[in-house]
Design a protein around this ligand. Sequence first.
Ligand code: AMP
Ligand code: ZN
Length: 481
Amino acid sequence: MTTDQPIIRLQNTKSRRREEFEPLDPKRVGIYLCGPTVYDRAHLGNARPVLVFDVLYRLLRQTYGAEHVVYVRNFTDVDDKINARAAEAGREIGDITAETIRWYHDDMDALGALRPNHEPRATDFIGAMVDMINELILRGNAYEAEGHVLFAVDSYDAYGALSGRSLDDMIAGSRVEVAPYKRNPMDFVLWKPSGAGQPGWDSPWGVGRPGWHIECSAMSRALLGPAFDIHGGGNDLLFPHHENEIAQSCCADPEAGFATYWLHNEMLQVEGKKMSKSLGNFFTVRDLLDEGISGEVIRLVMLGTHYGKPMDWTAKKRDDADATLRRWYGILAGHGFGPALIKALKADGQWEPDAEFLGVLANDLNTPGAIARLHVLAKGKTPAQLAGFAHGLDLLGLVPDWADLPRLAGGEGGAQVDDAIAQRIDALLDTRAKARASKDWDMADRVRDILTAAGVVVTDVGGQASWAAGPNFDAAALVDL
Ligand code: AMP
Ligand code: ZN
């Protein structure tokens, strides 16, 4: 971490306090996010944790270096909901999970979410789950009963600490399955038997399959180790899923402590109401993309609300985000931003985050505050003044491709420049550089006038010229000297 990096603060569900983030090892910062159960297209609510943790991932990479952050997000590809869907559709389970994972990648890529470093599928870690369950039995935290293995909640004193519930309250308020073989009604399944037609793996307890909670404990342990930095998910997972993950992991590795920081995003609503199929306000990320709403617009709307607050998707927010992004892209395209200018700014040491923007973002991922700061930074008048603005947009993942800026800004295709034309522009700039070197100001001005007439935006940074075809680019105006 360099000295000018901000202090990251995170609201830790475990302590219920906003704490300064101190990684166990700054050379290997670990995050685990509970991923989707794969049997259906991701709905808009599912995209919220993905985008929240994508911004956290980007901020950690900016702070500790990209190679020092390990982000894991799993696919739950063994689950009774998947079995039910396969039976209903008369299809193979493996077809459904493979197709859903493909969709998930397409949709989350379209939202500009970086792929995590590891995306483990639960079915690839059954051995690790069986091992962990065995250890829990040996340590006296789990027991076998009628082909099931159950976690004994009475064996773990801190059970309920994350969600702040006592065992008695849980039992009183719960709808848990009452089974005669459970010692305590809150005991939960680590392993269950599989019958014919159900996916099953050999185990010391017969052919069966894992419960959902043990999947995340085993996969995070395998990929991040028994102790790591941040564990996240929607707050609908706080209880029982995360409570159970903690019980399993802390009992299997009592010295380790599991995740230091627990981060939970609040839920997404639509026009003030819970998203649900019966209210007719249920839609998938793909539905929105198919309507022509871009991934960047969806992303900007999402980041407009702090992750710790319920977020409301509305048509007005969508339209406002669309207008804001067009304006912002237009400002940047108009000042020649693109891969070449960014390269020049980097070479010149000017491709740096704005300190205030970064400080606001680092304060518990205050994305609305960071966006407010971008509105101020957008008033810059030169590429150097706009560098922090461009860097901020980039850090929030709002520029899918810098080479594509003119199109994003709403330019009409004219900005696509083929190689032959690019070479002519390069040659003109070369002529201008030579003219300037020999103080032939007439020639330098003539070149500038030609490029201006053709709608080419030229930017000089650190003695290096770079150019971009602006929204009004007209190749026919590139007359020869
Ligand atoms: P699932 O596939 O249902 O386990 O959900 C995957 C992720 O989406 C979990 O992290 C959930 O917390 C999250 N999630 C589900 N519904 C919503 C919602 N309406 N708003 C925000 N996050 C949600
Ligand atoms: Zn999980």
